[in-house]
Design a protein around this ligand. Structure first.
Ligand code: FAD
Length: 379
């Protein structure tokens, strides 16, 4: 068992950190306030390989391993969780689904521009009446003899307005329950595919989130992704892997919030001494540092399981659950340590506190992670 990062991983970590500090940090608040999706940094993310982190080089990817993926997402989230969310959704949901079950032709046509960062990917599972209970989705795809015709409406789709291609899950046979859902690749510009309302969010505001509507949207059979009826099973596997990304995002956010709290605690004087000298503050900082390290180890453990091709469901859910709830506690402690200054936008604590809440909700809520873990333990 080796707990040290390789020299390549240390170089990667430093490169992504320097990039995030130089290119993202100066704009974090401005993008957040304006709910601006930062198109301008996508080519720079792509130049670092961050738009196709784990995908094979033959499809334009950087060919990195799952721990490397975690390092990249962590370092982005330490500075801007919203950018990290977009990178994680692009890589870990849309592109990952195509990479996992796409045909060689689909990978050439769709994965390659996604992995190169020429395109941004979206992945549409959630509907207004089906989030955790995804199987009760209403969107349908009916074969009309030559094309699949998609009808329905998706919500909370990351990159719903800016994505160049959307992977859409739809019911193809209602009688077959989890074997009656299929996935489709729907490029932007396909008649009948429309972006709906862009959400005005509490946090993660620079990450685009919107409705996606499908009205008699016709796609050829070549855009069925994976086998007909396998869409739900494939989706669960995509989410298992995606949750490692959300765990890494949580670790990075917690790291950023903790560093900000530590810096502030050292500088802030109360009753003639730095507040970092008071045990009440020290214990908060000590608990946070310990929990972040535990979350990081659990996350890397899940990433190693992924690279080793081991079963993922249990470890990925544990990592996502623990890391996201750790991040919520750390971000909350960060605001508390900042006192009144934690409540205003002059310091980063306020934004971490708003951004963090998504992490116990997106890609399966904490309740659903506990349900998955319990099922794995008791089945
Ligand atoms: C910013 C953002 C980005 C997102 N990006 C995407 C995306 O790109 N693609 C996509 O498809 N979706 C996306 N989502 C949707 C997200 O995955 C869902 O919001 C999430 O899965 C929860 O679903 P829901 O909102 O319908 O909540 P519900 O499922 O209605 O849950 C409401 C509450 O009930 C609890 N609950 C539900 N069932 C149970 C149960 N069996 N036991 C105990 N408690 C339960 C939940 O834990 C939660 O607390 C995004 C959401 C947000 C906010």
């Amino acid at each position: 068992m080796d707990f040290t990062l390789s020299s390549d991983q240390q170089i990667l970590k430093r490169a992504v950190r320097e990039f995030a500090e130089a290119e993202i940090r100066p704009h974090v608040l401005e993008w957040d306030e304006a709910q601006h999706f930062p198109h301008e940094i996508v080519p720079k993310l792509a130049a670092l390989g961050l738009m196709g982190i784990e995908f094979p080089e033959e499809y334009g990817g950087a060919g990195m391993a799952a721990v490397d993926y975690c390092i990249c997402i962590e370092e982005l989230a330490r500075v801007c969780p919203a950018v990290a969310l977009s990178v994680a959704a692009h890589n870990g949901l849309c592109a990952a689904h195509i990479a996992a079950v796409g045909t060689p032709e689909q990978k050439r046509t769709y994965l390659t521009p996604l992995a190169r960062g020429d395109w941004i990917g979206a992945w549409a599972l959630t509907e207004s009446t089906s989030g955790s209970d995804a199987l009760s989705m209403r969107t349908t795809a009916t074969f009309d003899g030559s094309h699949w015709v998609l009808n329905g409406s998706k919500v909370f789709c990351t990159h719903g307005t800016v994505g160049h291609v959307v992977v859409v899950m739809a019911v193809t046979d209602r009688t077959k329950s989890s074997k009656g859902v299929s996935a489709f690749i729907v490029p932007r510009g396909t008649p009948g595919l429309e972006a709906g309302k862009k959400e005005n969010k509490l946090g993660m505001r620079a990450s685009d989130t919107s409705e996606v509507r499908l009205v008699d949207c016709r796609v050829p059979p070549s855009q069925l992704l994976g086998a007909e009826g396998q869409g739900f099973v494939d989706t669960m596997a995509v989410l298992d892997r995606g949750r490692i990304g959300i765990a890494a995002l949580s670790v990075g956010l917690a790291q950023g919030a903790h560093e900000a709290a530590l810096t502030y605690a050292r500088q802030r004087v109360a009753f003639g001494k730095s507040i970092a000298s008071y045990q009440g503050i020290q214990w908060k900082l000590a608990d946070a540092a310990t929990e972040i390290e535990a979350a990081r180890l659990l996350t890397y453990r899940a990433a190693c399981a992924k690279d080793a091709g081991e079963p993922l469901t249990l470890v990925a859910s544990m990592a996502k659950l623990y890391a996201s709830e750790t991040a919520v506690r750390v971000a909350e402690a960060g605001v508390q340590i900042h006192g009144g200054y934690g409540f205003v936008k002059d310091y980063p604590a306020e934004k971490f506190y708003r951004d963090v809440k998504l992490l116990t909700i997106g890609e399966g809520t904490s309740e659903i992670q506990r349900l998955i873990i319990a099922r794995q333990l008791t089945s």
